[in-house]
Ligand binder design. Structure first.
Ligand code: VAH
Length: 317
């Protein structure tokens, strides 16, 4: 069995559904600190799991004896800045609790997401390499950088097969984003279809690395299915697909909604976060080591988002 912790989030919602289609509904346990939406709840087992509550976590692990755990629970960059101590506690101690149980219970594989947020103002901005100066200045980025070091440490000291990806901004239609800096790239589609206009909290020329959720799930399952010896990086792999600005995304959206207009809110705190991150990522190591390749460019992503949001889809709350 597989346990997905943080299954109600932007990634978890889709990852649970896709893992269930591969492994069977009853073999993938969704878990979070609040009830899932109707669809997830009826497609397989759900458990309340708070990664900061060790006896709760131990109880669920003992109940299901999982062979894999995906730990997705975290506070993201924007919410983390509003609640720095909780972000550090949840992102860091949640990870260490899971790593410890994984060693104790000999769980064969652990997945933990990192982020391009591990890079900072002094990291190269274009085609940011796998290894370089990393001075993240958000609690989220600090916790992800430290988390990468812990993952590699548990691999080296305990032989734990823990694997990780540095996700860029993720864009999806099935699930709402969870308080990040890249959330504009999801909100814009909903607003464009609903109101024909959107006020962006990032400036027109803010270029960020992005990825469609289909590609993010493909990368995640692709990394987890790779033979262990191909996973040569045990901190976290750079992965990417596209990079674009709000202006470029607007131009693409206008091909489907010609009257769509964008405006820009200035001095949003998320602008400083975005400005500290790379504009584009070099993910050649993931492509070399375990055959990563993205499928969705901005054009294909926009088409798929509009197509799916246009039909009356009940969005997960
Ligand atoms: C965030 N969506 O904005 C997340 C992600 C790279 C961005 O880590 O915080």
């Amino acid at each position: 069995t597989i346990i997905v912790i943080g299954s109600n989030g932007q990634i978890g919602t889709e990852l649970v559904a896709d893992l269930r289609s591969v492994y069977g509904g009853s073999n993938v346990i969704a878990s979070d600190i609040r009830e899932p939406d109707y669809e997830t709840k009826n497609a397989g087992p759900f458990e309340f799991v708070n990664v900061l509550n060790k006896e709760n976590l131990a109880g669920v692990i003992n109940k299901y004896k999982p062979t894999q755990i995906y730990l997705l629970a975290a506070l993201l960059s924007a919410t983390g800045e509003q609640n720095p101590k909780l972000a550090w506690d949840l992102n860091m101690n949640g990870l260490i609790n899971v790593l410890d149980f994984a060693v104790e219970q000999k769980i064969s594989k652990i997945y933990w997401p990192s982020s391009i947020a591990v890079f900072g103002p002094n990291s190269p901005k274009e085609q940011t390499p796998q290894y370089c100066a990393m001075d993240p200045n958000t609690v989220y980025g600090i916790s992800k950088l430290a988390g990468e070091r812990w993952c590699e440490y548990y691999f080296l000291k305990h032989g734990l097969d823990v694997r990780s990806l540095r996700y860029p901004g993720l864009i999806s239609w099935k699930s709402q984003p969870g308080g990040g800096t890249t959330d504009y790239a999801v909100h814009i589609f909903h607003e464009a279809l609903k109101n024909g206009s959107y006020e962006s909290f990032l400036s027109a020329n803010t270029e960020l690395p992005m990825m469609y959720m289909n590609d993010a799930i493909k990368a995640t399952i692709g990394l987890m299915d790779a033979e262990a010896e191909k996973v040569k990086i045990r901190s976290s792999y750079n992965v990417s697909a596209v990079s674009f600005t709000p202006t470029e995304l607007t131009t693409e959206i206008k091909k489907y909604i010609p009257d769509f207009t964008i405006s820009y809110k200035d001095n949003d705190p998320r602008q400083a976060i975005a400005d500290s991150w790379p504009k584009s990522i070099d993910d050649s190591r993931a492509r070399q080591d375990w055959g990563w390749k993205h499928d969705f460019n901005m054009k294909k992503m926009t088409e798929d988002m509009i197509l799916n949001l246009k039909t009356p889809t009940e969005l997960s709350k």
